[in-house]
Design a protein around this ligand. Structure first.
Ligand code: CP
Ligand code: NVA
Length: 307
């Protein structure tokens, strides 16, 4: 049976561990100039109807470096824009392609597409989740800290799609996750509740960023107004101000705290420019690791790995 990655909840702890191990291995092999051709002859359709720099390019390059071929399809240029049913589109694309990576607004639409296709469907971000991002972030934490367990990982800011995927990760892996959001901007209640119920470590929800980051090993933030929320930008900018990740906040964390941001970043809003460019920032490695993790995800979903 084909396997999708529409939310992190599609994966087991073993799946996650195998992906982390393989992505780190692929990174070392790439640096050594070893060319793995594990996806030779395979194709990946990439349908995005929201902007993307990192996710799109890293999926395209991942396919090329593994010997496969990516096909980028702007949703606007397909018949989807003229209301061809998603299930029809999905069934047709299954006849041409070996897999699909999709970035769109609605998670329901993505689920519908995944249900109608016979090929693996990968969530490249929806309003609700960004699973591939969090997998590559876990890889970055593992690379920097040598472990995931026993670390205090703190989310500071909007309870958005990336935060939801962090909650999902904490329902699969033994993470110690603190989520600090302004009142009214907490994560989706059902996602939070399900994650807390299934937590393999500890999940704590707070509305005080200073309390949240005390002794943090990892501080993670993201934009205050995600794609699709642009009309709320002005209001959010004022309301979220106490949640800016800046030097004053960092003082409360551990000295060797790492600062993460999925990017694109808005300097002077959710993160101070000095912190983003500072010694603790790992954001550029985070961005690079999307490439290595996407390769591992593709190999696994295309069932070409022996793990
Ligand atoms: N982090 C991330 O998903 O970036 P893009 O929007 O550029 O793909
Ligand atoms: N939360 C952000 C992530 C961008 C990669 C958004 O959805 O716009």
């Amino acid at each position: 049976m084909k396997k999708d990655l529409v939310t992190l909840r599609d994966l087991s702890a073993d799946d996650c561990e195998a992906l982390l191990e393989r992505s780190l291995e692929l990174k070392v092999r790439h640096a050594a100039g070893i060319s793995d051709q594990t996806l030779q002859g395979k194709t990946l359709g990439i349908i995005f109807d929201k902007p993307s720099t990192r996710t799109r390019v890293s999926f395209e390059v991942a396919m090329i470096q593994l010997g496969g071929t990516p096909l980028f399809l702007s949703a606007q240029d397909t018949q989807l824009i003229r209301n061809e049913p998603i299930a029809d589109t999905a069934r047709v694309l299954s006849r041409y392609l070996d897999g699909l990576a999709v970035r769109t607004y609605s998670q329901d639409l993505l689920n519908e597409l995944a249900a109608a296709t016979s090929i693996p469907v990968i969530n490249g971000l929806t309003d609700l989740y960004h699973p591939c991002q969090v997998l590559s972030d876990l890889m970055t934490i593992l690379e920097k800290k040598g472990r995931l367990e026993g670390l205090k990982i703190v989310w500071v800011g909007d309870g958005n799609n990336v935060a939801h995927s962090w909650l999902n990760a904490a329902a699969i892996l033994p993470l110690n996750l603190v989520v600090a959001c302004p009142e009214g901007y907490y994560p989706d209640e059902a996602i939070l509740k399900a994650a807390v119920e299934d937590a393999k470590g500890e999940i704590v929800m707070l509305s005080d960023p200073e309390e949240a980051v005390r002794d943090a090993d990892v501080i993670y933030t993201d934009v205050w107004a995600s794609m699709g929320h642009e009309s709320e930008y002005k209001r959010r900018k004022e309301y979220f101000a106490p949640f800016q990740v800046n030097e004053d906040l960092l003082i409360r964390a551990k000295q060797d705290v790492i600062i993460m941001h999925c990017l694109p970043a808005h300097r002077g809003e959710e993160i101070d420019a000095e912190v983003l460019e500072g010694a603790g920032s790992v954001v550029w490695d985070q961005a690079e690791n999307k490439l290595h993790m996407h390769k591992a995800i593709l190999e696994r979903l295309y069932n070409l790995t022996n793990r």
